[in-house]
Design a protein around this ligand. Structure first.
Ligand code: SF4
Length: 392
């Protein structure tokens, strides 16, 4: 079977491509994937009907499900003690059956005067993932993981070096959000109590490689309580390395999340090296899909571009990028050049400041909006592409 023959459905759901010798095709699950089993089923993994059936199994009437949803999405509660509107005798069982512990903190690091917190989580099978909470004057953004490791094999990325262990369940994805929302509510982040306002799928993993869980999570993050956490879809960013069938499916969902595409190179020769997935979906295919997303959603697409010294940060690259984007018209994309955060053992390093500046100037002169992205959390390896804990 050639790549082209792999069905859209298959590639979106699994992120798995045909095997091969290059990094492009390292997106195969680790050999021990099958042995790991599945995470315990959580409230957020169930449909409403499944929740009702489960409640009935426990001898509880239907209306209790709505109460639980209120606790979870509205108050971020999962502990028996919090379920004071339940009979005392049922609380413990309800908590255990509906809200099994899916993520346990191993450690956390604090930076930026307490405004950035990176947490390493242990999952049921001892897999480790990370999330980063970043508070700004007018918002609080959580960067979450959607897979354990990542199979896309970008050679400059710490997470890529881990390979893909497994997809995360919807519950595992959403628990990162609930805990962060609770931390904000309880004033556990410098600056006092507040509200989690933004969620970005830019942590470990390629979200489109775990599409079903991604969409379920997006719906439950954006729906209003008691169906979800009530964080506007416009404040959710889904980042992809360019899995075109995933972008196309997301377009059809009609949920106005922001799409971020990690381009990192303006031509196929270079992108083949930096983003092996390019051999499957090339620059033009990715930009076509991204532009169609813009047309359908009216949301400007973010183009992520990690600037690597002497590799993709020269004048010619900026000009090529500007031409590629302008080919589709004005104002449909926003470029986020981000200085690469060097990782140990990597031959790629951050661009020189003068090269960064020139890169930005060229884009601006070509009429393209571009802002150097904040590398918040750099001192704790928390910036994008670095979510691979040394402890993992
Ligand atoms: S840059 Fe993104 S897609 Fe590439 S390996 Fe790292 S996490 Fe995966």
């Amino acid at each position: 079977m050639t790549d082209k023959n792999i069905s859209t459905q298959e590639s979106v759901e699994s992120g798995i491509t045909e095997g091969g010798r290059t990094g492009a095709f390292r997106d195969v699950l680790a050999k021990d994937h099958a042995r790991r089993g599945k995470p315990p089923i959580h409230f957020t993994d169930m449909s409403v009907d499944e929740r009702i059936a489960k409640a009935q199994e426990l001898g509880l009437p239907k209306f209790r499900v709505k109460q639980l949803a209120n606790h979870y999405y509205g108050h971020f509660d999962v502990n028996a003690n919090d379920f004071t509107d339940f009979p005392a005798s049922a609380r413990q069982q309800v908590a255990e059956e509906f809200f099994p512990t899916l993520i346990t903190e191993v450690t956390h690091q604090v930076a930026d005067d307490g405004m950035t917190i990176k947490t390493l989580w242990n999952l049921f099978d001892n897999a480790k993932i990370e999330s980063v909470l970043m508070r700004y004057p007018n918002r609080a953004t959580l960067c979450i993981s959607s897979q354990v490791g990542c199979g896309m094999g970008c050679p400059f990325c710490a997470t890529g070096k881990l390979g893909l262990t497994r997809n995360m369940s919807t519950g595992e994805i959403l628990e990162q959000v609930r805990v962060a929302a609770k931390m904000m509510q309880d004033g556990k982040v410098a600056g006092g109590p507040g509200r989690l306002s933004n969620v970005v799928f830019m942590g470990m993993g390629e979200p489109m490689g775990n599409y079903r869980a991604l969409i379920s999570a997006v719906k439950q993050i954006s729906a209003m309580p008691p169906e979800g956490f009530g964080i506007s879809a416009r404040n959710i960013t889904v980042s992809t390395v360019g899995v075109v069938p995933g972008i196309r499916k997301l377009t059809q969902e009609g949920i106005p999340v922001r799409l971020a595409v990690s381009l990192h190179a303006p031509n196929n020769e270079l992108r083949d090296e930096l983003v092996p997935m390019n051999k499957r979906f090339n620059v033009d295919e990715v930009l076509d899909a991204a532009h169609d997303y813009y047309l359908a959603s009216k949301r400007r697409v973010s183009i992520e571009y990690a600037l690597m010294r002497g590799i993709n940060d020269q004048e010619i690259h900026a000009r090529q990028l500007a031409n590629k984007l302008n080919h589709y018209g004005d104002n449909w994309a926003h470029v986020n050049p981000i200085p690469l955060n060097p990782i140990e053992g990597s031959k790629w390093t951050a661009s020189k400041p003068e090269d960064e500046e020139r890169f930005l100037d060229i884009l601006h002169e070509a009429g393209i909006t571009a802002t150097l992205r904040d590398t918040r959390g750099q001192d704790i390896d928390g910036a994008c592409g670095q979510l691979a804990a040394k402890n993992v």
